[in-house]
Design a protein around this ligand. Structure first.
Ligand SMILES: [Mn+2]
Length: 395
């Protein structure tokens, strides 16, 4: 069967999380996904979690998702296979699941429903939503399930007896999965996209999922973090922040042709609604005609990293106003970077003390300060991580 693997739509998200709406971009992107699905005549579109950006998405985001589903399911009879991610509210998205299923919108948000794969002629599609260890403890009535690795081991073990040998076994899920235990580069990338440092360290490894013919992952927003060819992230379909723009990431989804005997996977790039350029230069360069005329000013979005030896260089200049006049009003981010090494190291120290740190690291530091240098035990860390994620879900 032919499937389009996508993930992390994050409908309703703002660019750099700073108030610039991405709704028009998302509208364009979703129409592209619909056209690809039609053109390739796929048998289904996979959304591997984080359908929305928040548990309580804005009205326009819900409307856009609704229109997209209508196009896929009713106008084109293309089934949708989806799960909830850590950004979605599993409880809210549970509404209507039974009705939706009958219209071929297969959305799973509870662990209980992960053990009834969707059966097609050629495949079994297991939909395993993002869960916390506590969900597995409740489901299995087993308080010894301490971390996500133990939870997933148990779940996969229970899925395997359901495998039908003449079909391809596909898993759709939403976690940080590393290639092996020592995959440090990947771990770093994961930490940059999740705030849960401690939770992020107990990542899953790809050997857990070896028995599946394909694992369609969501959660990490770049496909380059994929642990293997068959256990893969599609990445998000849009650039969401400056770091991705700076790397020049090309976004898209994977087209799969899969059966019990065969497997083929092709990356399909998505066109961009509006470009996002990150320019890094001294201020005088940025405002010189020869430099700025190379760029599509007033047509795309920009972020600036202004390199200075000393901040005094910029005193008395209304930087934003001047740059807006030259480049247009969509300035996503504006930063001044001191190139004097002494200054840089001082700045790093200050920012490490502040809000750049994730909540669990802040708590660990606080604990150390209060106890005269003691460290949290692994168990304490885990409890804190879990509490933090529960608090976040409530918001
Ligand atoms: Mn995500």
């Amino acid at each position: 069967m032919k499937l389009l693997h996508t993930a992390d739509w994050h409908i309703g998200r703002q660019l750099n999380n700073n108030g610039i709406s991405l709704l028009a971009d998302q509208n364009f992107m979703l129409n592209e996904i619909i056209s690809i699905a039609k053109r390739e005549a796929v048998d289904g579109v996979i959304i591997a979690g984080d359908l929305y950006d928040r548990g309580m998405p804005p009205v326009e985001a819900v409307k856009l998702f609704d229109e997209t589903l209508t196009q896929l399911l009713f106008e084109n009879q293309i089934p949708v296979y989806a799960i909830t991610g850590n950004h979605d509210s599993a409880k809210r998205l549970q509404f209507g699941q039974e009705f939706f299923k009958r219209q071929h919108f297969h959305l799973v948000s509870r662990l209980d429903d992960a053990f009834q794969p969707v059966e097609t002629d050629e495949a079994q599609i297991f939909l395993l939503p993002f869960i916390d260890p506590i969900d597995a403890r409740i489901y299995y009535q087993d308080k010894d399930i301490r971390d996500i690795k133990q939870a997933i081991e148990r779940i996969v073990t229970d899925m395997k007896p359901l495998f039908k040998p003449d079909k391809a076994h596909i898993l759709v899920t939403h976690f940080a999965v590393a290639k092996g235990k020592d995959d440090d580069a990947l771990r770093e990338q994961m930490l940059s996209e999740t705030t849960r440092t401690v939770g992020g360290l107990t990542t899953l490894t790809s050997d857990l999922f070896e028995d599946f013919d394909y694992v369609a992952l969501g959660h990490i927003h770049t496909r380059f973090a994929s642990p293997t060819e068959k256990i893969a992230y599609s990445g998000s379909p849009l650039i969401f922040n400056k770091d991705e723009a700076k790397r020049g990431d090309i976004k898209g989804g994977y087209l799969l042709e899969i059966s019990a005997e065969s497997f083929e996977k092709t990356f399909i790039p998505l066109p961009v609604y509006k470009d996002f350029l990150v320019l890094e230069a001294p201020y005088q360069t940025l405002i010189s005609k020869d430099f700025y005329n190379q760029y599509p000013r007033h047509q795309v979005r920009f972020a600036f990293e202004i390199l200075v030896e000393d901040r005094k260089e910029l005193e008395g200049i209304n930087i934003r106003a001047q740059l807006e006049e030259i480049y247009g009003e969509e300035i996503v981010d504006l930063r001044i970077r001191e190139t004097n090494p002494r200054e840089v190291s001082r700045k790093v120290k200050i920012s490490q003390k502040g809000s750049d740190l994730s909540d669990d690291v802040l708590i660990a530091n606080f604990f150390q300060e209060m106890t005269g240098g003691q460290n949290l035990s692994d168990y304490q860390k885990e409890v804190i991580t879990e509490l933090l994620s529960e608090i976040k879900e409530e918001n």
